[in-house]
Design a binder for this molecule. Sequence first.
Ligand code: PGA
Length: 250
Amino acid sequence: MSERTPLIAGNWKMHFTSHEAREFAAELCALLGTGDTPTAEIAVCPPFTALEAAGAGFATCQVWIAAQDVHEQASGAHTGEVSVAMIRAAGAEGAIVGHSERRAAGESDARVAAKVSRALEAQLRVILCVGESLEQREAGETDAWLEGQISAVLDAVPGYDAEALVIAYEPIWAIGTGRTATPEMAQQACAHVRAVAGRYLDAARLRVLYGGSVKPDNAADLLAQPDIDGALVGGASLDPVGFMEIIRAA
Ligand code: PGA
């Protein structure tokens, strides 16, 4: 085992009102209060509208809050967008940036890099998502693609701390499909992510997560891999009992 503390982060996507976020927090805090303290650090990523409620709900237990995205400008005429100051004031300590569902909606590497820069500059933590499509994997382009996505960001963002940045390897074909990468595939890609990021930062301190159909029954095998330091969990993070099983697997 490495000295890196595993991180289990739940990406709620477009689920949970503020009321539901409070209910979820109460249930998860109750589960965390029974049994041994988990080894893993825990985060949840609510929609913007539930950040504050989640922050209040988790005030009594060890769970930090991240937004699912953040804008690259500090403020301005950007209808519908949300700034680093706004998410921080709502209780977020970090943000996911570059999730494939946002990249599919047109977010470029340059924009992802600008968002990461803005968030780190504001002392937020960043969960940067990278991952290949099925076509890219089948064409043997996975490593080159990941390298491109990571260097596009890290070339543009000098001088940050390896601990403020987490990189989540999320193969697009495994997200929400029930089709998980095998532990070997996930390990290989996460090791590659670490090697590429290691050109810019202290790779031994960088946490690399796997994401894509992580469930209570496959979490332990994935998390046992030497270069997988945790999981970014979508669907299975919406059930507190299942999410807790994944936390316990770390
Ligand atoms: P999933 O989503 O666990 O539902 O596949 C993961 C993610 O998109 O972060």
